[in-house]
Design a protein around this ligand. Structure first.
Ligand code: ATP
Ligand code: MG
Length: 753
C-alpha cells in the first residue's frame, strides 16, 4: 500500500482522484512532482494498474530519470515497462514501431538543430540566395512555428493555425520536409507532428495506443506546445484519465512554442476537470519564498497565487557585487569551497546562469580551486567536429539515406571529393528524387543510370571504396557485432584516426581524447542497455542532449552542478548561486529590447532560478563583464531591485581589483567570454550602455598582418590581411593547405600560434 501520510489533503485528493481529468496548478516547490510520483505508485500498488498501462511525460531526460528512480524505489514490482519519458523520446520510440505507415523506415535518423540548419542553408544555396539575404534561422523558426502548432503538410487544423501557402517561406517548408523524407530523417518538431499525422491518418493505430495507456500524466504542463497538447488529447481518448501538473509562473519556453492556451483550454476541452491548487511550499526558507513572490508579483500576465511556507525564516539572501566576471567566478569557487568545508556536500550546490557561455569562466575557477563540478547539459560534446564526424559514419551504417551524414564525411579524411564534386552529386540526387547514397553506390557501375555523371575515375574509385567500407560495417551491424567493435573499425579503416594523428594542430590531442571518450560512452551503453544495438546508442545520444558520459562515476560528495536556468526547472539544491544578475545578461539583452511580454518571461525565469534554493540563495553580478569581445557595464539586474531590502545582505567584494582588471581586460590572449558557436548569442549587441575606454592597445588589431595563427578547425595559417580592430576586426588567413578564408575575429576560434 502506498503511504499517503506524507501528503497534505489537497495532494492526497490529487492522488486519489485517479479517474477523469485532473489539473494541478501550483507554485514552485509545492509538491507537484511529488504528487505525480505518488499518484503513479498508488495506481501501481493499490489499483493494480500494470506499469505497461501508464504513460508519464515530462520535459527533460534528467527529470524523467529522477522520477523513474523514485518510483522504482517505492514499489515492489518490476517497473521495466513503465513509460516515464520525454515527449520526444516517446514519439521516437512509437515511430520506430510504426514508421512504415508514414513511408519512413524504422531506422530513420533524428536531425538536431545544427543539422536542420544545414538543410535550410542548402535550400538557400540551391536557389542561389545568400544567407545574408535570408537568414537560415528565419526559415527554421517559421518551420518550427508550424510544427509547434502541430501542423504537417495537408493537416486540417481544428482551431486555426493553418499554414498559409502564399507565405514566402511556405515553399521552404515543403522543400525542407521532402528533403528530410528523402534522407529518411525527422527533426525534433517532426517527431511530434509525425505521430499526430499517424494518429489522424490511421485511427486504428491510435486506438491501439488508447487501449494501452489507461492513465496519462504530464509534469511541467505549462511548457507544452500546441502539438504536444493535441497528442495528449488524442492519447487519453474517451477514458480521459489525464492528470497534468504545472505552474504558469514557471512557463519559460514560449520561445519554443509553449502555449499558455494549453492551460486555459484544458478546462474547455475537459469541462468536468478537477482543478486543484497547492499553496504551501515545502522546499525553501521563508526568506527565499518571500523574495521570489515579490519578484513574480511584478508580472501582470498571471492568475496570481499566494505561496507560503512553514519552513524557518532562514538566512538572508546574499547579493554579491563583483568587480568583473572573473572575480565573480573566483567568489563562487571560494564560497563553494567554504560551504564544503563546513559540511555541505558538493551535490547540494548549484550555479545557474542565463546563457551557456557563462560557464567557461566559472569552470576555470572551480578547476583552479580543485572543486568537483559537473556542467549539466550544454556540454555540447556531441557537437564537436570529430564526434560529429564519427557519428556520421555510424549513422550511415544504420541509415544510408542520411544525406547529411554522407556529405559531412564523404571527404573526411580527404578522398579527393571536393565541394564541386559533392555539389554535382547533390544536384543529381535532387533531380532524381533519390538519396546521395543511391547515387554514389551506383556511380562506379558502368551500366547504371548514374554512370554519365562527370567525375574523374580517381574520384569514382574512391567513392566505391567508401561505399564498400560502409557496406562492410552494415554487414557487421546486421550480424549483431557489438557497436564498440564497429566504432573501432570505422575509426581506423576509414583512415580518420590516421588523418587526425597526422594533423599537428594544437587541438589534436584533445580530439583524440574525445574519440576515446566516445568509445567509453558506447561501451557504457553496451553495459547498461537491455538490447545494446548501434541504432539504440545513436538514438539515446540524439535525444538525450543532457547526457553526460560518466553518469555512473560520481565522486562520493557529488559535484557542484552548473547549468542554465532553463535546465534547472524542477530541481532543488540546498545552496544555489544565480550568477550574472545584470541588465542585458539576466534579463537578456534581447528581452530588454523586446517589450513587456518578453520581459515577463525573463522574470519567470528569474523566479524559477530563485525557487530552486532550499536553504541559501546567492545572487551575484559583475560591475563589468566581457561580452562579445568588449567590456560592458550594465549595472545590476532590475530583478535585484524587486527584492525587498530587508531580505538580503549586500556584499561588495574588495580585493586585487586592479590586478584582475589588467589580467582580464588588457586585450590580447583570452578575451572572449562568450562562445561564438552558441546560437543563443547574437552577433550584435545593440543595447550598449558604456563602452569602456581602455588602453590604446585594445584598439590595435589582435592578429596583425603577418602573424602566424592557429584556427581550431583549419589549423595553422598566416594572416595575409587585417582590417579594423576590437569588435570589428576582420582577418584574411592563408592556411597550410593553401585555402584562404576570411573571419570576424570576435567570432572565430583563432589564437596566436
Ligand atoms: P517545481 O515547481 O519546482 O517543479 P514541485 O511543485 O514539483 O516544484 P516537488 O519537487 O514535488 O515540488 O517538491 C518540492 C519539495 O517539497 C520536495 O523536496 C518534496 O519532497 C517536498 N514536499 C512536497 N510535498 C511535501 C509534503 N506534503 N510534506 C513534506 N515535504 C513535501
Ligand atoms: Mg516539479
Amino acid at each position: 500500500m502506498t503511504n499517503l501520510d506524507s501528503l497534505n489533503p489537497v495532494q492526497k485528493q490529487a492522488v486519489l482522484s485517479t479517474d477523469g481529468p485532473v489539473m494541478i496548478l501550483a507554485g514552485a516547490g509545492s509538491g507537484k512532482t511529488k504528487t505525480l510520483v505518488t499518484r503513479i505508485t498508488y495506481l501501481l500498488e493499490d489499483k493494480n494498474v500494470s506499469p505497461h498501462q501508464l504513460l508519464a511525460l515530462t520535459f527533460s531526460n534528467k527529470a524523467a530519470r529522477e522520477m523513474r528512480e523514485r518510483i522504482a524505489h517505492e514499489v515492489t514490482m518490476d517497473v521495466g515497462s513503465l513509460q516515464i519519458t520525454t515527449f520526444h523520446a516517446f514519439c521516437a520510440k512509437l515511430l520506430r514501431s510504426e514508421a512504415n505507415f508514414l513511408g519512413l523506415s524504422r531506422n530513420f535518423t533524428i536531425y538536431d538543430d545544427g543539422e536542420s540548419k544545414a538543410i535550410a542553408k542548402s535550400l538557400l544555396e540551391r536557389r542561389g540566395i545568400s544567407t545574408k539575404e535570408i537568414n537560415p534561422y528565419d526559415i527554421l523558426s517559421y518551420i518550427d512555428g508550424l510544427k509547434n502548432n502541430g501542423y504537417y503538410p495537408g493537416r486540417v487544423m481544428v482551431d486555426g493555425g493553418e499554414a498559409d501557402p502564399s507565405d514566402e517561406f511556405f515553399g521552404y517548408f515543403e522543400e525542407y520536409e521532402s528533403e528530410l523524407h528523402r534522407a529518411n530523417a525527422l527533426d525534433f518538431g517532426g517527431l511530434i507532428t509525425a505521430v499526430i499525422q499517424l494518429f489522424e491518418k490511421f485511427p486504428e493505430v491510435l486506438q491501439r495506443y488508447q487501449n494501452r495507456f489507461v492513465y496519462v500524466l504530464v509534469d511541467e504542463y505549462q511548457d507544452t506546445n500546441r502539438a504536444q497538447f493535441d497528442l495528449i488529447r488524442m492519447l487519453c481518448g474517451k477514458r480521459r484519465n489525464i492528470c497534468v501538473v504545472g505552474d504558469e509562473d514557471q512557463s519559460i519556453y514560449s520561445w519554443r512554442g509553449a502555449d499558455i492556451r494549453n492551460i486555459l483550454d484544458f478546462e474547455k476541452i475537459f469541462p468536468d476537470v478537477t482543478v486543484l491548487k497547492l499553496e504551501q511550499n515545502y522546499r525553501s526558507s521563508k526568506t527565499i519564498i518571500e523574495a521570489a513572490s515579490c519578484v513574480i508579483e511584478r508580472n501582470t500576465m498571471r492568475k496570481g497565487k499566494h505561496m507560503w511556507t512553514d519552513n524557518p525564516e532562514g538566512d538572508a539572501i546574499e547579493i554579491v557585487e563583483c568587480f568583473n566576471d572573473k572575480d565573480e567566478a573566483e567568489f563562487i569557487a571560494q564560497e563553494t569551497g567554504k560551504l564544503y568545508k563546513a559540511g555541505t556536500p558538493y551535490k547540494e550546490m548549484a550555479v545557474f546562469y542565463r546563457s551557456n557561455a557563462q560557464a567557461r569562466q566559472i569552470e576555470d575557477s572551480l578547476r583552479k580551486y580543485k572543486i568537483q563540478y559537473r556542467v549539466v547539459g550544454g556540454v555540447k560534446f556531441y557537437e564537436r567536429k570529430e564526434i560529429k564526424d564519427m557519428l556520421s559514419y555510424l549513422r550511415l551504417v544504420i541509415n544510408a539515406k542520411d544525406s547529411l551524414a554522407v556529405s559531412r564525411i564523404i571527404n573526411v579524411p580527404a578522398r579527393g571529393v571536393g565541394a564541386t564534386s559533392l555539389r554535382k552529386l547533390e544536384v543529381e540526387a535532387v533531380n532524381n528524387n533519390t538519396s546521395l547514397w543511391d547515387i554514389i553506390e551506383k556511380i562506379g557501375d558502368h551500366t547504371s543510370e548514374f554512370s554519365h555523371i562527370k567525375l574523374s575515375a580517381k574520384i569514382k574509385s574512391s567513392l566505391t571504396e567508401f561505399v564498400t567500407l560502409i557496406n562492410e560495417l552494415r554487414h557487421l551491424d546486421q550480424n549483431k557485432v557489438k557497436p564498440s567493435i564497429i566504432y573501432e573499425k570505422v575509426l581506423h579503416e576509414s583512415g580518420y584516426y590516421a588523418f587526425l594523428k597526422a594533423n599537428k594542430d594544437y587541438e589534436t590531442l584533445a580530439r583524440l581524447e574525445n574519440l576515446d571518450e566516445l568509445l567509453n560512452a558506447i561501451t557504457q551503453f553496451e553495459e547498461s542497455a537491455e538490447v545494446p544495438t548501434l541504432s539504440g546508442f545513436l538514438e539515446t545520444i540524439t535525444l538525450d542532449s543532457n547526457s553526460d558520459f560518466d553518469e555512473g562515476a560520481k565522486p562520493a560528495d557529488g559535484e557542484v552542478s552548473l547549468m542554465t536556468v532553463h535546465g534547472a526547472k524542477g530541481l532543488e539544491f540546498t545552496h544555489a548561486f544565480v550568477v550574472g544578475a545584470e541588465e542585458n545578461v539576466f534579463p537578456s539583452y534581447r528581452s530588454v529590447d523586446s517589450g513587456e511580454i518578453a520581459m515577463e518571461e525573463e522574470r519567470r525565469l528569474f523566479y524559477v532560478a530563485m525557487t530552486r534554493a532550499m536553504i541559501k540563495l546567492y545572487i551575484t553580478f559583475a560591475q563589468g563583464r566581457m561580452l562579445f569581445g568588449q567590456v560592458k557595464f550594465n549595472g545590476p539586474s532590475r530583478f535585484i531591485d524587486e527584492i525587498p531590502e530587508k531580505l538580503f545582505t549586500w556584499k561588495k567584494l574588495k580585493g586585487r581589483q586592479e590586478d584582475h582588471f589588467n589580467q582580464s581586460y588588457s586585450g590580447g590572449g583570452n578575451q572572449k567570454s562568450f562562445d561564438p558557436y552558441d546560437q543563443s548569442q547574437d552577433s550584435h549587441y545593440d543595447n550598449e550602455e558604456v563602452v569602456y575606454q581602455i588602453k590604446e592597445s585594445y584598439y590595435q588589431p589582435k592578429f596583425p598582418k603577418g602573424a602566424i595563427v592557429v584556427h581550431s578547425l583549419y589549423g595553422q595559417g598566416k594572416v595575409e590581411d587585417s582590417e579594423g580592430s576590437g569588435a570589428d576586426e576582420k582577418v584574411s588567413i592563408k592556411f597550410a593547405d593553401g585555402a584562404r578564408k576570411k573571419f570576424m575575429v570576435k567570432f572565430a576560434p583563432i589564437v596566436m600560434a
